[in-house]
Design a protein around this ligand. Structure first.
Ligand SMILES: Nc1ncnc2c1ncn2[C@@H]1O[C@H](COP(=O)(O)OP(=O)(O)OP(=O)(O)O)[C@@H](O)[C@H]1O
Ligand SMILES: [Mg+2]
Length: 240
């Protein structure tokens, strides 16, 4: 088991964002986390990445207890993540942004950080000049930059938070191909997403959160026919 989340509770004051959530991810899987707004999806990624310490429960990665470690340490151990809202260094170029991240992971494979940054921008098929200033990138370009940044630490597990938000249909197809390409080169993926069609096509397995509680888990086919899930999504704009 690559990732094991056991009975994780996360409280923010009186609000329970995660309530005894269990999740296992095996090496090589693409696992999806879905659920209505405020369900606790980003909080779950933040707990795994070390941004939030769980109120109780534990997270193990590759057999080691990681809950309680800080985000830098967890990143060094092989977990990288993208952000629901990417925050690049706006005054730097795209290349410099990835270079900063690659510098932290540059001990790997003996490559220079610059070579690694270049390789990652090529891998994500970064669509504009690498010297473009980050502040002038559009949504799709920013999401690719954020992916290149995350991949530059050569993660074993990549956490994606709504990478599809704001993308056009064509960009969505490209994103899907890119996620498969990342998995095929050996990175396991845990993806939070609102777009059902995308998640159904991408994932081997899906878990559904609703008000911090895991209400379902299964293959895409099992999830679409699960009554708890259809109920939870009633009135939501992204119906199954
Ligand atoms: N740092 C925080 N402090 C206080 N409350 C928080 C914090 N982060 C999240 N919450 C609350 O926890 C709950 C879960 O939030 P979270 O962002 O994990 O939901 P989500 O499933 O990612 O939603 P969305 O689909 O809108 O991104 C929400 O009620 C949110 O307001
Ligand atoms: Mg979120």
């Amino acid at each position: 088991m690559l990732l094991q989340v056991e009975s994780v509770v996360k409280r923010f004051g009186g609000l329970i964002a995660l309530e005894h959530v269990d999740l296992q991810v095996e090496q090589g899987e693409i696992v999806g986390v879905i659920g209505p707004n405020g369900a606790g999806k980003s909080t779950l990624l933040n707990v795994i990445a070390g941004v939030h310490k769980p109120t109780s429960g534990s997270v193990h990665f590759a057999g080691q207890l990681i809950s309680g470690l800080n985000p830098d340490r967890i990143c060094q151990m092989g977990i990288a993540r993208t952000f629901q809202i990417p925050h690049p260094f706006n005054r730097m170029t795209a290349f410099e942004n990835v270079l900063v991240a690659a510098t932290f992971g540059s001990h790997q494979h003996g490559k220079t950080a610059a070579a690694r940054a270049q390789e990652m921008l090529d891998f994500v098929a970064f669509p504009v000049d690498h010297q473009t200033a980050a502040h002038s990138l559009n949504t799709a370009q920013l999401r690719r930059l954020d992916l290149a940044r995350a991949l530059s630490s050569q993660p074993k597990l990549l956490l994606l938070d709504e990478s599809a938000a704001g993308l056009t249909p064509n960009e969505l197809i490209e994103l899907q191909q890119l996620v498969f390409k990342i998995r095929d080169q050996g990175t396991t993926i845990l993806i939070v997403e609102h777009l059902m069609r995308l998640i159904m096509q991408l994932c081997d397995r899906i878990i559904v959160l609703h008000y911090g509680v895991k209400i379902a888990e299964g293959t895409p086919a099992e999830i679409v026919s699960n009554e708890n899930v259809t109920q939870a999504y009633l009135g939501e704009k992204y119906l199954l």
